[in-house]
Design a protein. Structure first.
Length: 83
């Protein structure tokens, strides 16, 4: 079985719980795919595209961790793999 999930804490918990019950291998769910998702999210949030920078409005402080984005950000890639 192949598995792909969100790159957030909830997605990682789901992956771990599933792995305890069913053997699976990652489908676009590796560290390299995570890094690509982070770069894609950063590009979509860049100030040059009409969006505010990440720390904006917080006085330069970032109060919490930001996640790299959910599985929806790679939907086109997943669909192309189904070919």
């Amino acid at each position: 079985m192949r598995y792909h999930g969100d790159f957030d804490w909830g997605g990682l918990r789901i992956a771990a719980a599933l792995l305890r019950r069913v053997p699976w291998s990652p489908w676009r769910y590796t560290a390299a795919h995570y890094r690509a998702a982070v770069r894609a999210l950063a590009a979509r949030r860049s100030p040059g595209r009409g969006r505010r920078p990440v720390g904006s409005g917080s006085g330069g402080r970032v109060g919490g961790r930001r996640r790299a984005g959910g599985g929806g950000s790679s939907l086109d890639d997943l669909l192309s793999d189904l070919g």
